[in-house]
Design a protein around this ligand. Structure first.
Ligand code: MF3
Ligand code: CO
Ligand code: CO
Length: 248
């Protein structure tokens, strides 16, 4: 079942999403060569708790940290470690937090120093595909129009669109219905309604779309070890379109 949030619930989620956007702005200047993912994780957790929110990923199905930090060929769900970032890395950060029991979820790929051209383009185009997916949203539109918009834009570049992971409803749980694929499929085609809250989160690979989970049971990597980018927003469906909750 897809939950419809009340205006009161949306109000809390808006506050939660703004805080998550502020967390990324706070972290951004720290994402530099030499910092470790574990240090970023500590900064994030302190920021979240200081602002009265809860880091919901920590302890979720045994995940140990506040942030997912996925570097280069790591796609999602990277566990923060002492490994330090280096010039030219792509660092994808993902975080879910809650305020008053209601969650928002957002991810961003950060460039570490200067990227080479192909990685810079992959990053820019992945972010653009997120916004094109979001632009497809309006009450009455089918959820698979989002994936179609992402795919129509990304396919001509020859990138791999990750098929094994996707966007989702969000609110009282990290993952609620519906499933929001990043490619066109008739499998999920519910109509979006006003006040549904979902994430859009394209994961785009420089090479093939094939991914595998590492032995730590979490980290998802590209099979060909080529780089991957990930951008995610939590949005609420409106009559005319949608509102992005995880922006300031
Ligand atoms: N934030 C992730 C998502 O976009 C969920 C992370 S699961 C965790 O769906 F266990 F790594 F936290
Ligand atoms: Co996320
Ligand atoms: Co998500």
């Amino acid at each position: 079942m897809i939950f419809i949030k009340s205006d009161e619930e949306i109000k809390i989620m808006r506050e939660c999403g703004t805080l998550l956007a502020e967390m990324y702005d706070y972290l951004a200047p720290y994402v530099q060569p030499g910092i470790s993912a574990l240090e970023l994780d500590k900064l994030a957790e302190n920021f979240i708790r200081k602002n009265g929110a809860v880091p919901e990923q920590k302890g979720y199905k045994g995940f140990p940290s506040t942030l997912c930090v996925s570097i280069n060929e790591q796609v999602i769900h990277g566990i923060p470690s002492r490994r330090t970032l280096k010039e030219g890395d792509l660092a994808s950060l993902d975080c879910t937090i809650s305020l008053k029991g209601l969650m928002t979820d957002s991810a961003r790929t950060f460039p570490v120093g200067k990227l080479d051209k192909k990685h810079q383009l992959l990053m820019e185009r992945t972010e653009k595909s997120l916004y094109l997916g979001i632009d497809a949203v309006r009450a009455g539109v089918r959820v698979n129009e989002i994936g179609k918009a992402v795919e129509d834009y990304i396919k001509p570049f020859g990138y791999g669109i990750v098929r094994d992971y996707c966007g989702h409803g969000v609110g009282y749980e990290i993952h609620e219905e519906p499933t929001v694929l990043n490619y066109y499929s008739t499998r999920y085609r519910q109509r979006l309604k006003e006040n549904m809250v979902i994430t859009v989160e394209p994961m785009i690979n420089l090479g093939s779309d094939y991914v595998k989970v590492l032995g730590d049971q979490w980290t998802v990597e590209t099979e060909d070890k080529k780089a991957s980018c990930h951008f995610e927003h939590t949005i609420v469906v409106t009559k005319e379109g949608c509102e992005i909750l995880t922006l300031k």
